[in-house]
Each structure stands twice: as structure tokens, then as C-alpha cells.
Ligand binder design. Structure first.
Ligand SMILES: Nc1ncnc2c1ncn2[C@@H]1O[C@H](COP(=O)(O)OP(=O)(O)O)[C@@H](O)[C@H]1O
Ligand SMILES: O=P(O)(O)OC[C@H]1O[C@](O)(COP(=O)(O)O)[C@@H](O)[C@@H]1O
Length: 440
């Protein structure tokens, strides 16, 4: 079996183990309690290549481990830090902001930390957004709330204007918390920084409620979001079981990847059908979804359907997918379409029905992180601060195969993480729901 991570690294070339910043100025000794001793972590599957192909060890694809360094690049007393959150909300954003500020100020002694408001537009003078001074006192309890105290936005901003703002405010380190769009934006910022010969480190903390960023075990906030989604699935199940011909239909987020739909269904094990973007389905016809659902309602008296927003887009008639301000595709509403089709189909076959529709999307992503995600966010924040203080740039920090690592931004946006229709997660979903392998 080919490891795509391995392939991607090979395509993109070896990771940047040394920051372009650190070697240029020379680094200073720190008084860290513990420091990372390893140089790099081999991609697991490549270890077996050693010997087999005679590839020298230092030429194997590898990632740099996250963690504190013996030498750091930035002088904490003179360092000024900026933090920005971009894109859609995700549980844990405030935890990451809090973790960054506390680690910077308490562990490294950095005193000047500012938050840019409302995403990348916070850098652009025309929007008139003031920066927010971030101190331990300001951030201490922000993790009690969902969302982000900095605000967020979509929409492209000029990297030159962003770097103008960094220069104006003497920012040495910029932390960007966001998804693939944010990371691409950060790469543009790095290019501009390098063009101007500035010594600014840009480090990302990957955020995605859809869990679609590759090479990481799971994105922060995902576990919270998925457990929140189970509440709606349970409610749909209760509604479905409490009425003749009850059908509970739950639409969850997931533009290109159906992870929330899959995991929340497994957690509750109440659903009869899960529809995700990765697995196309036929709606009509003898073996289509609607007929299968009709049989199930007739046999059991009720059914629960979970659908990810990006599923079945070929069925959303008359609605051309639009684009949001960032250029992301905005799909037609598969949830409402399914509701209408289910009612029409059951009515047409004389099956009494009570269809209840749930769309908990925003309610799910706006909650505070659960303790697991809070701890994860804090550790990501620690890793990000260590990386930046040591002069790493154009990397995101992530946990991959239970290790904190630095992943080059180019690699992080090189592909999207999907539910594998032949993988064990989807097989578990098929087993749990009992739905056919394919409709149609
Ligand atoms: N290809 C891109 N190049 C540069 N900036 C981008 C790109 N895509 C998105 N961005 C910027 O990143 C920010 C967040 O992107 P968005 O796609 O909305 O969310 P996410 O980061 O969660 O994917 C927006 O301000 C957007 O303009
Ligand atoms: O309505 P909004 O805020 O534009 O966001 C909707 C989208 O946000 C998401 O949660 C993903 O957001 P990101 O791309 O910012 O991670 C999708 O699942 C959903 O389609």
C-alpha cells in the first residue's frame, strides 16, 4: 500500500528542517526544562525502506519533531507577536489563543502580544480594526466560551498590505490559526516577508471542523464537534421513534469530507443511513436511497438519516454551487432537498410519514472545546510557540501518529483528508447502519 504522505513529501522534496531564519542570525541558548534531542522523525512507512533500497538515512522523507529547542532565535525581551484566527469557527480557537499567550509570556517571557481582529482583514487599515493587546489576564478564561475572541472572517486580503501591518507594528512572529485557505494566505505572507528580507516567522495552527487537513491524526475541536453532533442524532432518533413513520434527518457540516457524519453516527449508533461527499448515491430507482428508506420505514416504522452538507450534490437541482468570500464552494442545500424528496416518495407510496429535519451546523461549531480538545489545543499552542521562538517559519504544528511535528505549509495544503470509501472507518459505518454498500 502506498503511503500518500510519503509520496507527497517525495513530490515536494525534503522538508525544511532548518528555518531560513535561525541559521542566519545564530541562535541563543535558553533555559528550557527539556529540549528536543531528535533532528527529525521519519515517516513511519519509510523506515522499512532503509536497507531495502539502500536509501541513505539522511535522504529519507522526514518531519521535524515539535517541542522546545536548546537554542532559540528570537530574544523574548524584544519580540513582538501577532495572532490571527481566520475562516469558519471551530471549538478550541480560544483555547489555542490562550495557550499561545500563556506559553509566550510565562515560559519565554514575551511581553508584547497582539491579536488582529476578524481574520486577515484585521491587518488592512481600510477596515479600521484595532489590534487587541493580549495578556495572561485577558486570555485566562476565554476558553470557557466558544468562538474566537479575535473574531474571524473569510475573503482574500493583499499580502503586501498584511506585511505592511507587520512592519508597522514591528511584529517578529505571526501565529495564524486557520484551515487550508488561511495556510495558503500565510504562505503568501511568507513570500512577501522574504521578498522584503524581513526576519518574521509565520507559524500555523491548523483548524478545521471538517477534519480535512492531511497528515494530522485529528484536528482540534473535531472531537467536541462530533460529540455535539451526536446530540442531534439522538434527538432525531427520539423524534423518529415517537411518531408513526418517523424519519429523523440530520444535516451536518462537511463540505468535502464526511468525518463528522461518520464519527458522530458511530458514537450514537442510532442512524440507519449516513450520506457523505466521498460516496455518491443514487436517489431514485429500485435500488436508490429513497426506495431503500421506504422499505426500512415500512419494516421498522422509523428511520434516521445523517447527511453531510457536501453529499449528493448532483441531486441538488437548479442550484449552481456558489462561492464564499474566500472562494470556497457553497453547496446547494442537500438537507432540505432530501426532506422534500423523502416526504414526496413516502406519500407517493402511501406510507404514513412524519419527517423531522435537524440542521445543527452552527450550534455544533460554536460550542467551547471539551476537556480532551482543550488539552490538545494547549499542547498545539506549546508546540507552535517552541517552533516560532526557535525561528521556524512557513510550518504548521500538528500531531501526526501521536507525535507533535512541524509540517511545511506547502505539504499541509498539498491535498485534502477524505474518508476512504474502502477504509475501515467507512466499513464500520456500513456495519453500524446496515445501509447497502451502494445505492443504485
Ligand atoms: N488560495 C488562497 N490564497 C491566499 N489566501 C487565501 C486563499 N484561500 C483563502 N485565503 C484566505 O484565508 C482566509 C481563510 O480562508 P477560508 O478558506 O475562508 O477558511 P479556512 O482557512 O478555514 O480554509 C481568508 O481570509 C482567505 O481570503
Ligand atoms: O457559513 P460559513 O461560516 O461560511 O461556513 C460554512 C462552512 O464552514 C465549514 O465548517 C468549514 O469551514 P472552514 O473551511 O473555515 O474550515 C464547512 O463545513 C462549512 O461548509
Amino acid at each position: 500500500m502506498v503511503d500518500h504522505a510519503d509520496l507527497a513529501v517525495r513530490t515536494l522534496g525534503p522538508c525544511r528542517i532548518d528555518s531560513p531564519l535561525a541559521p542566519r542570525l545564530g541562535a541563543r541558548e535558553t533555559t528550557q526544562h527539556s529540549v528536543v534531542e531528535e533532528d527529525r522523525i521519519l515517516f513511519d512507512d519509510t523506515i522499512s525502506m532503509i536497507g531495502q533500497r539502500g536509501v541513505p538515512l539522511d535522504q529519507l522523507p522526514s518531519l521535524e519533531p515539535g517541542g522546545p529547542r536548546k537554542k532559540i532565535y528570537f530574544d523574548p525581551a524584544k519580540t513582538r507577536v501577532g495572532i490571527v484566527t481566520c475562516g469558519g469557527l471551530c471549538p478550541g480557537l480560544n483555547d489555542v489563543i490562550r495557550g499561545l499567550v500563556l506559553e509566550l509570556s510565562r515560559h519565554y517571557g514575551v511581553r508584547r502580544i497582539v491579536g488582529f481582529r476578524n481574520g486577515y482583514r484585521g491587518f488592512i487599515p481600510e477596515f479600521g480594526e484595532d489590534v487587541l493587546d493580549l495578556t495572561p489576564e485577558v486570555v485566562m478564561h476565554i476558553d470557557d466560551e466558544g468562538g474566537t475572541i479575535l473574531g474571524t472572517s473569510r475573503g482574500k486580503q493583499d499580502p503586501e498590505a498584511i506585511v505592511d501591518a507587520l512592519e508597522r507594528l514591528n511584529i517578529n512572529i505571526l501565529f495564524v490559526i486557520g484551515g487550508d485557505g488561511t495556510i495558503r494566505g500565510a504562505m503568501d505572507v511568507v513570500s512577501e516577508v522574504e521578498e522584503r528580507g524581513l526576519k518574521v516567522a509565520v507559524v500555523g495552527i491548523p483548524k478545521t471542523i471538517d477534519n480535512d487537513i492531511p497528515y494530522i491524526d485529528q484536528s482540534f475541536g473535531f472531537q467536541t464537534a462530533m460529540s455535539e453532533a451526536t446530540k442531534s442524532i439522538h434527538a432525531a432518533s427520539v423524534e423518529a421513534r415517537s411518531a408513526p413513520g418517523g424519519v429523523g434527518l440530520v444535516k451536518l457540516m462537511g463540505r468535502h469530507s464526511g468525518f463528522i457524519a461518520c464519527y458522530s453516527t458511530l458514537a450514537k449508533d442510532d442512524a440507519d443511513y449516513v450520506l457523505i461527499p466521498e460516496v455518491p448515491f443514487a436517489l431514485g430507482g429500485e435500488h436508490g436511497f429513497l426506495e431503500n428508506l421506504r422499505h426500512r420505514v415500512e419494516e421498522r416504522g422509523h428511520a434516521v438519516v445523517v447527511v453531510a452538507e457536501g453529499a449528493g450534490q448532483e441531486h441538488v437541482e437548479g442550484e449552481e454551487p456558489g462561492r464564499d468570500a474566500s472562494g470556497n464552494v457553497r453547496f446547494g442545500d442537500i438537507g432540505r432537498l432530501l426532506r422534500r424528496k423523502i416526504v414526496e416518495h413516502l406519500d407517493a407510496h402511501g406510507v404514513e410519514n412524519n419527517v423531522r429535519y435537524f440542521d445543527p451546523s452552527y450550534a455544533i461549531r460554536s460550542v467551547p472545546a471539551n476537556p480532551y480538545d482543550s488539552a490538545y489545543c494547549l499542547r498545539l499552542a506549546h508546540a507552535a510557540v517552541h517552533a516560532a521562538m526557535a525561528g521556524r517559519t512557513e510550518v504548521i504544528v500538528a500531531r501526526r501518529r501521536r507525535r507533535f511535528v512541524h509540517i511545511p505549509m506547502a505539504l499541509a495544503v498539498s491535498r485534502r483528508n477524505h474518508v476512504d470509501p474502502l477504509g475501515d472507518l467507512w466499513m464500520s459505518v456500513l456495519e453500524a447502519t446496515g445501509q447497502p454498500v451502494r445505492f443504485g
